[in-house]
Write a protein that binds this ligand. Structure first.
Ligand code: NOJ
Length: 566
């Protein structure tokens, strides 16, 4: 097998369980109602006890917070809301002492409109090198009153904003932002941009960060002609248009081949840390609008290490679809020797409990778009089963904060919503606040142990029953299930043991890994006999009379030689 990681020793990212910390909502250490570095430091024992191997922390950089920190004004500092550089250093050191690797967030597609580069670009005027770092263009129409092309923002509305007219003749230019207007897109054809990001990457690696999650990795390169999208630009979901279907010439701004050269440059930097005590560093790509089987292009030797598999996450609760998504990811990545990377949710997506409890199909999990009713009990049952399925797969896995508590999506009242999607859609789309509500740690008011002030987003009534402290010693709680699963997964199968599907009746998914591990998920809608040849070691629901109930998963320990072939 071609190995993009060379010797597997030390390639921890190939099999790690990584916990995503949405910093604003994890734990508040300084009592201002917003999560911060001090809060994370205080909860490191919880994370180590949970059994994860690493943490990924969402952006902590100085930011006007137009998009929860994904609008960065200074890539080499920490926003005072979260702490400072010294505290970040202390957190990294303490996490390492707890045996946890640290992944920070790299946001290379855009900066904040308050970044010194953007300010300088606005001031410098058309044709200046400063404007060359972004995408500035004159408008169309007789007076330049129309956007330069038909691209639309992922958050809704046009992807272009016109500069306020200044000076005698006015400024004729518009600038591109595939997300909010406060997030102008960088021009990766500008050599200064690439060089600056090399330095940013080294800055964090030099501070002991073990890896970087690459935001919007599929969006960096743009067609320099900025050609129109055409029919794909029409419709309410236009900004999210898939890359597929755009033919050999490619999509003008998603998933372009030119991204490969950027990734190769970064990989060389990560590899240059091979001789250091903490070894080479890693990247994990967030890449959504990827052509079919396209992730292999991001992950082939010399490029990025891992990339989230969103096809698996987007699967309906359907055995054939789940199996197809698993097989497709494994087969695609095997060709380039990359490890699979599973993800069940994130700070952008409707939480699994709600998604799996929906009556009917979901339309778009990214923007909080779903229609009730939601059966939370059913959703919880399925989310627990999905967790056991996901944690049993070969590769690395990401757990989003709060999923280990079985939190559902919160119903945040309109007046409290902060996601730009809510505002830009004039309240037509809920946005992502519902999965970003601060964690319940215990039953204490006013913030269930998250803070000693009102939290920045309100927590739903009833969440104290889901608090970590309440679930801690309950053998049947979702927290206990996660703890057991995360510990068992370290030894149940070898990190690189491939998956072998069993021949099972329709609706039952079962696979073996290594010599003594089996996972089965029952989607038949009725109880089924436990797959033969093993002893249950963990189940997402009580097993009665040797059967696996519907919407439940089980892990079995099989003694060597007891596995049925196929
Ligand atoms: C993906 C991030 O996860 C999301 O939260 C953000 O809004 C966009 N990228 C833009 O940076």
């Amino acid at each position: 097998m071609p190995g993009s990681d060379g010797a597997r020793n030390g390639a921890w990212w190939r099999s790690a369980a990584i916990y995503e910390i949405y910093i604003r909502s994890f734990a508040d250490g300084n009592g201002d109602g917003v999560g911060d570095i001090a809060g994370i430091r205080s909860r490191l024992p919880y994370l180590a006890g949970l059994g994860v191997d690493a943490i990924w922390i969402t952006p902590w950089y100085p930011s006007p917070m137009a998009d929860g920190g994904y609008d960065i004004a200074d890539h080499r500092d920490i926003d005072p809301l979260f702490g400072d550089l010294a505290e970040a250093g202390a957190l990294i050191g303490e996490a390492h002492a707890h045996g946890l690797r640290v992944i920070a967030d790299l946001v290379p597609n855009h900066t904040s409109h308050r970044h010194p580069w953007f300010r300088a670009a606005v001031a410098a005027g058309p044709g200046s090198p400063e404007r060359g770092r972004y995408w500035f263009r004159p408008g169309r129409g007789r007076h330049g009153e129309l956007p330069p092309n038909d691209w639309t923002s992922v958050f809704g509305g046009p992807a272009w904003t016109r500069l306020p007219e200044t000076g005698e003749d006015g400024d004729p230019e518009w600038y591109l932002h595939l997300f909010a207007p406060e997030q102008p897109d960088l021009n990766w054809n500008d050599p200064g941009v690439a060089a600056a990001f090399d330095a940013i990457i080294r800055f964090w690696f030099d501070r002991g960060v073990d890896g970087l999650r690459v935001d919007v990795a599929h969006g960096l390169a743009k067609d320099p002609d900025l050609r129109d999208l055409g029919p794909a630009a029409a419709g309410p979901r236009a900004g999210a248009a898939e890359a597929a279907g755009h033919g050999v010439t490619g999509h003008p701004h998603w998933d372009r081949d030119e991204n490969g050269a950027i990734f190769e440059r970064w990989r060389a930097i990560a590899d240059s840390y091979a001789g250091t005590p903490r070894g080479p560093r890693m990247f994990v790509a967030e890449a959504w609008r990827v052509r079919e089987n396209g992730l292999a292009r991001y992950l082939r030797p010399g490029r990025l290490h891992t990339a989230f598999n969103f096809d698996f996450l987007k699967c309906p609760w359907d055995p054939a679809a789940l199996r197809r998504a698993i097989d497709g990811h494994l087969a695609g990545l095997a060709e380039v020797g990359a490890a699979a990377t599973w993800v069940m949710s994130s700070h952008d997506l409707v939480r699994p409990v709600t998604r799996y409890g929906l009556d009917g199909e979901w339309t778009d999990l990214m923007q909080g778009e779903y229609d009730g009713p939601v059966d939370v009990r059913l959703g919880t049952r399925r989310a627990r089963a999905a967790a056991l399925l996901t944690l049993a797969l070969p590769g690395s896995v990401y757990v989003y904060q709060g999923d280990e508590l079985g939190l559902p999506e919160a119903d945040v009242p309109g007046h409290a919503r902060r996601d730009p999607i809510w505002e830009r859609s004039r309240g037509r789309r809920r946005g992502r606040d519902g999965c970003r509500v601060p964690l319940p740690w215990d039953g204490t008011p006013p913030a269930l142990g998250f803070s000693d002030r009102e939290p920045w987003l309100p927590q739903p009534a009833g969440w104290s029953a889901l608090a970590a402290g309440r679930q801690d010693r309950d053998p049947d709680s979702t927290l206990t299930l996660y703890r057991r699963a995360l510990r068992l997964r370290r030894t149940a199968a070898g990190p690189e043991d491939p998956l072998r599907w069993r021949d099972t009746p329709d609706g039952l998914l079962a696979f073996d890994r290594g010599e003594s591990f089996t996972c089965a998920l029952n989607l038949t809608g009725r109880p089924v006999p436990l797959p033969g040849g093993g002893e249950p070691i963990l189940a997402s629901a009580p097993l009665t009379g040797g059967t696996l109930p519907p919407d439940a998963a089980v892990w079995l320990h099989t003694s060597p030689g007891a596995l049925s072939p196929g």
